[in-house]
Design a protein around this ligand. Structure first.
Ligand SMILES: [Ca+2]
Length: 192
């Protein structure tokens, strides 16, 4: 498994450092959530060798480019705790979007008025419970199906939806298919 794939497979990994010539008996160093407590076991390094590192920040960089998303909206907020649509774009896992209880709650955002060819979408699940509810949610670009989130989803993990075919469009929409609210923490779109 590649270093990046190893990070992608672990919900608590936020990025990697790659030392081509090796460092501390390994080329691949995972950066795990809980920096302080995990630092020793993760093998993270500092000091003069930093300049040798090639770093990969998970879900914020990609071989294709990240598309800026603006004007987020969601079908409605929960009555008990307003969780705004912009929470999906604030870079914080702890702030989530949350629709009303229904089977087709949705979240959408535009591409700042421009057209992009969307190749993939990454969604981070809410970290604090009910992680199964995101399963099988659909992702659309300009109303055309891109793909669906994995059937089984867990708290806090990132899920990649690769469009079956790249789609040209200027907005993205995520819709729940579970008979529950739609909620997630962050979303990214990649394409050109
Ligand atoms: Ca957030």
């Amino acid at each position: 498994m590649s270093c990046q794939a190893e990070c992608d497979a672990q919900a608590n990994c936020s990025g990697v450092e790659w030392y081509e010539s090796g460092w501390n008996k390994s080329k691949c160093h995972l950066m795990l959530t809980g920096w302080g407590s995990n630092r020793a076991t993760a093998g993270q390094v500092q000091g003069r060798r930093w300049k040798d590192a090639v770093c990969y920040v998970k879900n914020d960089c990609d071989q294709s480019s990240r598309i800026e998303m603006t004007d987020p909206e969601q079908s409605s907020n929960t009555p008990y705790n307003v969780r705004e649509a912009g929470n999906a774009l604030d870079g914080q896992a702890k702030s989530i979007i949350h629709t009303e209880n229904n089977s087709s709650g949705w979240w959408t955002a535009g591409f700042n008025g421009a057209d992009y060819v969307v190749e993939s979408v990454k969604i981070q699940n809410r970290p604090d419970g009910f992680g199964n509810r995101l399963g099988n949610a659909t992702v659309e670009v300009d109303g055309q199906p891109c793909g669906t989130v994995a059937a089984t989803t867990v708290d806090g993990a990132w899920y990649t939806v690769t469009c079956t075919n790249p789609i040209l469009g200027r907005n993205i929409k995520v819709t729940s298919v579970a008979n529950t609210p739609l909620h997630f923490a962050e979303i990214r779109a990649f394409g050109k």
